[in-house]
Design a protein around this ligand. Structure first.
Ligand SMILES: Cc1cc2nc3c(=O)[nH]c(=O)nc-3n(C[C@H](O)[C@H](O)[C@H](O)COP(=O)(O)O)c2cc1C
Length: 342
């Protein structure tokens, strides 16, 4: 089956599947594996740490795949952000994704570069605003996903069904997607593609430690701690405090702090950005790995409800093929069972 949607047309990829931005984890090797599997791989600029590092990683990625890829620049979390954009323009990357905070300050420069621009937002307002600024596609991430949250954010499938008729550029669904049914479900609801963070982390090429991957396999999506982390509104006192701290904290400290409060973690006052936190999550050193809580002690991890679909660690290629072939099988069964097209 040929998968052709507004997203595959825009990005020129085989399948309407994008890899999510993953600070500290979204390396060029991981992105190359995703692009080579026919999806759109994502190099997260924060993982490269410096503009020179990013340039090197883009060049390595270009050598490792002939297929398109995207560079994620997370506003408020990516260091040296202005220079990181410049490197993307100079290297003429296939696509840039901005995320987390308002892209207004950068919109004109990105548009002038002529590079395909995708923006990820958590609410209908952010997606419409990015479209107005000239984004070529928008990712709408729902509450089911891990990462940055917003008080007006809704569950993934409710938001996609609601927002799809209101957006003209390709709309990409994110949050809790990780198997053939959620992939197809998002497309049926009106998305032009899907975007995967957690689910792709359960692959051999992902640089996370085995401990985190094992936690993902063991985790149950209906564990009360995970439900609270992803779905519950923030603690009102902490939310007021962190919002009041906006002017007093450096922006690069405030954005990770806000993310922590939204995820109901109480350690927000002095938290490192995700690309620094990821060093522990990637460590192969058993002593450092001991710091990662095992599932028995604290059934959490930096992953979403997508853990429910993960029961073994496979290669990226196997993961993408299982998702696509599984979706094709379901479509065939539905067509036959419902006697569609007869
Ligand atoms: C460990 C981890 C790190 C992440 N880091 C970033 C990041 O740096 N920038 C970003 O835009 N999103 C980041 N995200 C969010 C993902 O790109 C994506 O929006 C989210 O994972 C979607 O939900 P899912 O995990 O259910 O697929 C991160 C997610 C995880 C799990």
């Amino acid at each position: 089956m040929k998968w052709r949607t507004k997203l595959t047309e825009l990005l020129n990829c085989k399948y309407p599947i994008m890899q999510g931005g993953l600070s500290g984890i979204g390396t060029w090797e991981f992105a190359a594996a995703v692009s080579n599997a026919g999806a759109d791989g994502c190099l997260t600029a924060a993982t490269s740490k410096t503009p020179d590092g990013l340039r090197e990683d883009i060049q390595k990625l270009k050598k490792a795949t002939k297929n398109p890829f995207t560079v994620n620049i997370t506003i408020g979390m990516c260091p040296h952000i202005d220079e990181m954009f410049e490197v993307c323009f100079e290297e003429n990357v296939p696509a840039i994704e901005t995320a987390v905070y308002k892209p207004d300050e950068y919109a004109e420069r990105i548009k002038k570069s002529g590079i395909t621009w995708i923006h990820k937002g958590a609410t209908v307002e952010f997606c419409k605003h990015a479209e107005k600024l000239g984004a070529d596609a928008v990712v709408l991430v729902g509450l089911d996903g891990y990462g940055f949250k917003h008080i007006k954010q809704m569950p993934t499938f409710t938001s996609i069904a609601w927002v799809a008729p209101q957006i003209n550029v390709p709309l990409i669904a994110a949050g809790g997607i990780g198997d053939p049914r959620t992939f197809l479900g998002a497309l049926f609801l009106g998305a032009d593609g899907v975007y995967l963070g957690s689910a792709l982390m359960a692959t051999k090429e992902c640089p996370l430690s085995e401990r985190v991957k094992e936690n993902m396999i063991k985790a149950q999506p209906n564990h009360p701690d995970l439900i609270r982390e992803l779905l519950a509104p923030p603690n009102p006192k902490e939310y007021i405090e962190v919002m009041a701290a906006r002017e007093k904290m450096p922006f690069e400290k405030w954005i990770p702090a806000l993310e922590r409060v939204m995820l109901k973690h109480h350690d927000w006052r002095d938290i490192d950005p995700m690309w620094v936190q990821a060093e522990v999550l990637k460590s192969k050193d058993p002593q450092t790995t001991e710091l990662i809580p095992s599932l028995g002690e604290r059934p959490k991890g930096p992953f979403s409800f997508a853990c429910g679909y993960i029961n073994r660690i496979v290669t990226v290629k196997e993961f993408i093929e299982n998702m696509v072939k599984g979706a094709e099988k379901i479509l065939k069964e539905i067509t036959e069972q419902w006697e569609l097209g007869r």
